[in-house]
Design a binder for this molecule. Structure first.
Ligand code: IPE
Ligand code: IPE
Ligand code: MG
Length: 263
């Protein structure tokens, strides 16, 4: 945490230390911007794709740990609508990853009772990626535990545009009056609408790799989310760091625009 000392006119980097309380509140929905795979590989003089491969191992570890802690929804930002700008080789590798990943990991997900979901512009994914995604969703559909929700070819602005188009169509066809549009109408048209209303908005957003930005992720849904940034690159992110993020969350004072409750 960066603290400003006005008397000295200087900023000091301080790592706040909180203890994780297993019995304390666990965020129901955690969303993660998994960043830093490329840098992890470059630091080792490896090609960037080696970082994406290693990042998948982190996904497995973090999924299991989040499920164990009782998280209800874990949303992982895997590929943004802007990531198509990357070199073709890297994009191709990223589109092959779900195939290899689900191939190996689905049996473990079934064992852990984890249900896979994918949100994003799926029809624009290559056929083999679409198939891998469809199969994983189908194979885990009866699981009743944590939802593992991948944001794949997802972009929040595009998502909002699509929602507005759908709502406009409902007005055109007289299914809806413009005066009836509420916040709920909009939330109902976003890609998180497959989740029950109490689970749609993440309570905690984590971003790895030291970048402190949102990069077009869940702009509507994170209105009141707690944000946690860590220097760790995604392949280095550990279950301990997940607990540190939750510990930080447990020490936040969430006010939602109101005032702190006094006893
Ligand atoms: C995150 O790692 C994974 C994706 C965006 C697909 P990056 O590939 O963005 O890694 P850096 O940020 O370049 O290190
Ligand atoms: C955000 O990371 C997207 C994913 C993690 C999938 P990026 O690496 O694409 O974001 P920027 O370019 O640093 O904002
Ligand atoms: Mg990045």
């Amino acid at each position: 945490m960066l603290r400003f000392f006005p008397q000295k006119n200087k900023y000091v980097q301080e790592e706040a230390e909180f203890l994780f309380d297993e019995k304390g509140p666990i965020p129901k929905h955690i969303a993660v911007i998994m960043d830093g795979n490329g840098r992890w590989a470059q630091n080792r003089r490896l090609p960037r794709i080696a970082g994406h491969k290693e990042g998948m191992e982190t996904v497995k570890r973090i999924t299991k740990h989040a499920s164990k802690l009782g998280v209800k929804v874990l949303t992982l930002y895997a590929f943004s609508t802007e990531n198509w700008k990357r070199p073709t080789d890297e994009v191709n590798f990223l589109m092959q990853l779900p195939v290899d990943f689900f191939d190996v990991f689905v049996p473990e997900l079934i064992e852990e009772n984890v249900k896979v979901q994918v949100m994003g512009y799926k029809k624009l994914l290559p056929e083999h990626t679409q198939k891998a995604v469809k199969d994983a969703i189908e194979q885990t559909k009866d699981n009743t535990g944590m939802v593992l929700n991948f944001a794949l070819n997802y972009g929040s602005r595009a998502e909002i545009v699509t929602a507005v188009q759908e709502i406009a169509k409902e007005i055109e066809t007289n299914q809806l009056q413009s005066t009836e549009i509420t916040e709920e109408t909009i939330a109902d048209h976003l890609m998180t609408n497959f989740l029950s209303k109490d689970l749609r908005d993440p309570e905690l957003v984590i971003r790895t790799s030291g970048e402190e930005r949102i990069s077009n992720f869940l702009l509507w849904q994170i209105a009141y989310s707690e944000l946690f940034f860590t220097q760790a690159l995604w392949p280095d992110f550990t279950p301990n760091l997940l607990e540190a993020a939750i510990a930080s969350f447990q020490n936040r004072d969430r006010r939602f625009g109101g005032l702190k409750e006094t006893t």
